[in-house]
Design a protein around this ligand. Structure first.
Ligand code: PEP
Length: 250
């Protein structure tokens, strides 16, 4: 049985004071609620240490939004997997469409990062998803299959069974346009089938697949009740404790 995972991607938002207020709000609300879902927060790098201290001894997990694949070295401006585990991260989001679009990240680079994440005991959350033009041209599945084939290259079935894939249609991120629960569910089912064909049925059964793209309290329940959707990656609605909690408890 897969445990659903709700992860908040704070993107380039929150200074230390704001991150503190946000995480304290989530902590306080979670302390009063029975939740059967895993909760993860992914602040910007500058907030990781503060948030790690604040969530110590809670069930909230910590994730980073990106990393480089080398453990250390002359890579000005980059952050390594070892630095992330040192600060208390368990997860790392890799291949977010904003990284692909604005920073030129390729499937090959993302694959190197995923392999490095496993080497240094981080669980990758691999983001995949099509553009509006690709959806309209009926290329959604072929495109996502190519992202999965390249992104998961050279990994073992055991590694893949532990990771998280986030299906995030680019046209639904930060736009207020959500895929319908059926559209999201259909693609997540196809992602699971692709994992089965690349690895095996047991790996496909174990891997957790999130949906991301304008998830909010009002649409979360329908999305999260799709059989192949095991959680949500949440951007905008993760920036207020109340909004994030509405998804966690949906
Ligand atoms: C995201 O950035 O991963 C995301 C899903 O953003 P939003 O929820 O704001 O669409």
């Amino acid at each position: 049985m897969r445990k659903q995972i709700i992860a908040g991607n704070w993107k380039m938002h929150t200074n230390i004071a704001e991150a503190t207020i946000l995480v304290e709000g989530i902590k306080e609300a979670l302390a009063k609620t029975e939740v059967d879902r895993e909760v993860v927060v992914c602040p910007p790098f500058t907030g990781l240490s503060t948030v790690a201290d604040l969530i110590d001894e809670t069930s909230i997990g910590l994730g980073a939004q990106n990393m480089y694949f080398e453990p250390s070295g002359a890579y000005t401006g980059e952050v390594s997997p070892l630095m992330l585990t040192d600060v208390g991260c368990h997860y790392v989001i890799l291949g977010h469409s904003e990284r692909r679009q604005y920073f030129g990240e390729t499937d090959a680079l993302i694959n190197q990062k995923i392999k490095a994440a496993f080497t240094y005991d981080l669980v990758p959350i691999l983001c995949v998803g099509e553009s509006l033009a690709q959806r309209e041209a009926n290329e959604t599945q072929a495109f996502i299959d190519s992202q999965l084939t390249a992104g998961l290259a050279d990994l073992t079935a055991e590694q893949v069974s532990q990771m998280v894939i986030a299906y995030e249609p680019i046209w639904a991120i930060g736009t207020g346009k959500t895929a319908t629960a059926e559209q999201a569910g259909e693609v997540c089912t196809a992602i699971r089938a692709k994992v089965a064909s690349l690895f095996d049925a047991a790996t496909a059964e174990a891997i957790r697949i999130q949906y991301g793209g304008s998830v909010k309290g009002s649409n979360a329940q329908e999305i999260l009740s799709q059989p192949d959707i095991d959680g949500a990656l949440v951007g905008g609605a993760a920036l207020k404790a109340e909004d994030f909690m509405a998804i966690i408890t949906a």
